[in-house]
Design a protein around this ligand. Structure first.
Ligand code: ADP
Ligand code: MG
Ligand code: MG
Length: 869
């Protein structure tokens, strides 16, 4: 098997095998651009390395040595040769660009003999500068020695000589650094610094392979959906030198501005420098225009190459280059990372320039990126100056600045006074919803990405940072401590929901703007997609927001969320603790008009778009009061004594509420609830239809947590009896649909039967995931990290749909459902409905729609378009 390729044997299409860097170096060589010669060791070699138990086998080693010989021939230089030595760089390069992976090693192949011979030809400063750099990089990357110590050694020497600027270190100084570096190396590792170039190279290649599985790389992969079996390639490339003198230099450039998208070459370079000097900030770099004066020929050639590369890749490029004695060399090109704003501008501009089609433009923007355009952001200048006090999970994006409050009530009160507040809680519960809505942002000590706070915050588009375990909470005293500092109620803090950073100060925010490019771009996406995008919305406000973001309907109204509002909670509590049928009826009679009003508001906001209303789902005990004063108040209202009420409340306790008395089970034991909700839905629709006959609303009623056909029939009958009666009484002609959630594995398996009664299915992937894996979404965050570490799971299945297991259940249910009822409508609600990877999967199954929180609607629209293209 071929494990090594020369640059001129590959091309850009071989990214999987050669990695992004290798494939693009090959492509640039093929296009005749000035790329130093080299070869690429494939990602398959990396995977083989792991298969073989972390050894580079003899076959691969032999191939590497063979290609090294070819490289020597091509360049006319020789490894370790005193007359004409070959020095190389060893560069990692996975399929996708991956920060956190191994750093590059430059100037490899140098040793005392080589250095002496090179120095004898003149320019010893350059030679020993290169040598000391090599020792630094090799020691850090291959041996894990502290980078900092090497910097200190340099600083010590500068102090001894009274020198400020690195450029003032002369050849002798560089030579001295080489000596001190080697001494440090020996002292730390008890071995001499390796002098044999081939050994230096193999060690470095192995270090690249190893870095594929370092902690930072694993974390980055998980955040970015990069499978661990991709592996990384390794590039070995002849060195060219930007540090030979003043007509040399190194730089980086973008073909367009990565922050605004402006169509103008954007870049920086440093004369007499090497490698990462530009980004590392050792000296202030020059802007790219200044290159014109210093090296005009190289500049013109570079401008020409930039424009060729952009046309060739049909995308904005991010390039690295070096100039050796006035001659330009290209060292890397890739599609440039850019802000969301820039991404949209580049996409639109490139369509206008005739460079790409609208469909190609749609593929150029990461769906996830749009998020940044939908929330307020920190003023970037102010953010740069701020120092985080802790960092936790970026649970819901956005930027929030406000004064600390510790309870939902306080949040509501203070917000009503016009204050900006941040709600800080150990964890949140459904009772906190209003407080959460009133706050600028939510910070929790416990809980993961799918904790209550996270899910609700994402739904509201509110900023949330969760799981800040470093915080020691003292709710009673109205304070928390963090790293020895105490933060009190009223103190200012800021949350960055996109990074999870928390700041101990106010940072000004700026409203996100939706520019013309954004709209134009989204129209192209809409033309391309097949999947419909609905939203999960529980209030008219959320619904209206979602419509602004392009939602085509509501896929999930969680009726219970409205119950926490004001007086409704009292009525629902009365319903829950009712002992007599009369009490029950009285409570339901109070609730019905309130619910009806909610639904009318939502129907109005949606202006005739389809709305799926799900009936009461959570276990009832979530609604009952816990505070003594609330219990006393409820008891008084119900003419009960407190002990009696307390006993009833205690009776609602469940060991495992998520698998307990909830969903349609509530309707089987309390038929009044389903009847009341049906009345509210049907009457609301009739009323709104009267006001807006052109909307022609057809209610969609969805029953949660169904697992059996007889159960579905039983509850559905309550719905249809009630609905048909009202429709007949009102003398109107209105259709309605009854469907079911598929969230119990049994329902997925029995979908063929359920479809006899259900007119639509909606996959509730949160519960379906929870019940398929058998682990609770509220607790899984505690042990999943160990599963990631052990490489059992790569992702949180509550965030990324488990396509193999849960996905198979969805596939089975869709197929069986369609066999029974070919025109059955199939949708997904739940967190996965807004996740691009999951959307692609669902599109592949041919489902009709996904439903996600309002702030994810544009992301879902784009993801659905990309899935279809
Ligand atoms: P990263 O992926 O971190 O950008 P690279 O492999 O691109 O790492 O290397 C970083 C820098 O090292 C390059 O931008 C370039 O300046 C320098 N470099 C790498 N290989 C060579 C080479 N063969 N000759 C000169 N400089 C090189
Ligand atoms: Mg690079
Ligand atoms: Mg559910």
């Amino acid at each position: 098997k071929k494990y090594v390729y020369l640059f001129n044997e590959g091309d850009a299409n071989m990214r999987e095998l050669l990695g992004g860097k290798g494939a693009n170096l090959a492509e640039m060589s093929k296009l005749g651009m000035p790329v130093p010669n080299g070869f690429t060791i494939t990602t398959e070699a990396c995977n083989k390395y792991y298969e073989d138990g972390e050894v580079i086998n003899d076959d691969i080693k032999a191939q590497i040595m063979e290609f090294l010989a070819t490289l020597e021939e091509e360049t006319g230089k020789k490894f370790g040769d005193a007359n004409n030595p070959l020095l190389v760089s060893v560069r990692s390069g996975a399929r996708a660009s991956m920060p956190g992976m191994m750093d590059t090693i430059l100037n490899l192949g140098i040793n005392d003999t080589v250095a002496e011979a090179m120095a004898a030809k003149g320019n010893p400063r350059f030679v020993y500068d290169s040598y000391r750099r090599f020792i630094q990089m090799f020691s850090d990357v291959v041996k894990g020695l502290s980078k900092k110590r090497f910097e200190e050694i340099i600083d010590e020497l500068k102090a001894e000589k009274g020198i400020k600027n690195d450029l003032d270190l002369d050849a002798e100084d560089m030579k001295e650094l080489v000596k001190r570096f080697k001494a440090f190396y020996k002292e730390q590792l008890n071995e001499e610094f390796p002098t044999e170039p081939a050994e230096q190279m193999m060690d470095s290649i192995e270090a690249v392979f190893k870095s594929w599985n370092n902690e930072r790389a694993i974390y980055y992969r998980r955040q970015n959906d990069i499978p661990s079996d991709w592996g990384t390639a390794v590039n070995v490339q002849m060195m060219v030198f930007g540090n030979m003198g003043d007509n040399c230099g190194t730089g980086v450039a973008f073909t367009r501005s990565p922050s605004t998208g402006e169509n103008k070459l954007f870049g920086e370079f440093l004369m007499n420098a090497q490698g990462e000097d530009v980004v590392a900030g050792v000296r202030t770099p020059n802007t790219i225009d200044q290159l014109k004066e210093i090296a005009p020929a190289a500049f013109d050639q570079f401008v020409d190459i930039c424009s060729k590369l952009e046309k060739h890749y049909k995308n904005m490029q991010d390039m690295e280059f070096t100039i050796e004695n006035g001659k330009l060399y290209m060292l890397q090109t890739r599609n440039g990372k850019r802000t969301a704003q820039a991404a949209l501008k580049v996409a639109c501009d490139m369509v206008d320039e005739g460079l790409v089609t609208p469909e190609e433009a749609v593929m150029m923007v990461e769906p996830q990126q749009l998020d940044a355009l939908l929330h307020p952001n920190f003023d970037p200048e102010a953010l740069k100056k701020a120092e985080p006090i802790t960092s936790a999970l970026p649970a819901s994006p956005g930027a929030a600045s406000g004064q600390i409050v510790f309870s939902a009530e306080e949040a509501i009160e203070e917000a009503a006074k016009g204050k900006k507040v941040i709600l800080v809680r150990l964890e949140t519960s459904p009772e906190d919803i209003q407080g959460m809505a009133a706050a600028q942002g939510i910070l929790t000590v416990r809980g993961g990405m799918t904790s209550h706070a996270a899910v609700v915050a994402r739904g509201m588009g509110a900023c949330c940072v969760s799981g800040a375990g470093d915080i020691a909470m003292n709710e009673e005293a109205g304070e928390f401590t963090l790293n020895g500092k105490t933060y009190k109620s009223g103190d200012w803090i800021s949350l960055d929901g996109s990074t999870g950073n928390v700041y101990g100060e106010a940072i000004p925010t700026v409203e996100a703007k939706i520019s013309g490019d954004f709209e134009r771009f989204m129209n192209w996406a809409d033309e391309a997609r097949r999947l419909k995008i609905r939203t999960n919305a529980d209030t008219p406000r959320d619904a209206a927001q979602a419509v602004k973001f392009g939602a085509e309907g509501i896929g999930l109204v969680r009726t219970e969320h409205m119950f926490f509002d004001g007086d409704k909670i009292k009525a629902i509590r009365e319903m829950i603790v009712a002992k007599t049928p009369e009490q029950m009826e009285a409570a339901l009679a109070k609730l019905e008009p309130m619910q009806q009003e909610d639904f009318e508001g939502i129907y109005e906001a949606m202006e005739g778009r389809p709305v799926t209303i799900r009936y009461l789902d959570p276990p009832l005990h979530e609604f009952v009061p816990t505070k003594p004063e609330d219990i006393a108040e409820l008891a008084a209202e119900m003419n009960m004594d407190v002990e009696e009420l307390t006993a009833i409340i205690d009776g609602l306790h469940e060991v495992n509420p998520m698998m307990g008395h909830r969903g349609s089970r509530l309707d089987v034991s309390n038929p009044g609830i389903a009847k009341m909700q049906t009345e509210a839905v049907i009457r609301a629709a009739i009323n709104v239809n009267k006001r807006h006959p052109e909307w022609n609303i057809v209610p969609e009623i969805m029953l949660p947590l169904i697992g059996d056909l007889k159960e579905l029939k039983y509850v559905k009958k309550m719905v249809t009896d009630t609905a048909d009666q009202i429709i007949a009484d009102e003398g109107v002609d209105m259709d309605y649909h009854v469907g079911t959630m598929i969230e119990v594995p049994r329902a997925a398996l029995k979908a063929g039967e359920l479809a006899e009664e259900a007119e639509f299915f909606s996959f509730g992937t949160n519960d379906l995931t929870q019940l398929t894996f058998g682990f609770s979404r509220d607790d899984a965050g505690k042990f999943l990290p160990e599963y990631y570490a052990a490489k059992i799971y790569e992702n949180d299945p509550f965030a990324k749909l488990d396509q193999e297991g849960v996905g198979e259940l969805i596939e089975i249910a869709a197929e069986r459902g369609r066999n029974t009822r070919p025109d059955i409508k199939l949708g997904v609600c739940g967190e996965h409905g807004g996740d691009p990877v999951s959307i692609e999967f669902v599109d592949g199954l041919g489902l009709d729609y996904v439903s996600c929180s309002p702030y994810r609607v544009p992301i879902a629209r784009l993801a659905a378009a990309q899935a279809a293209i």
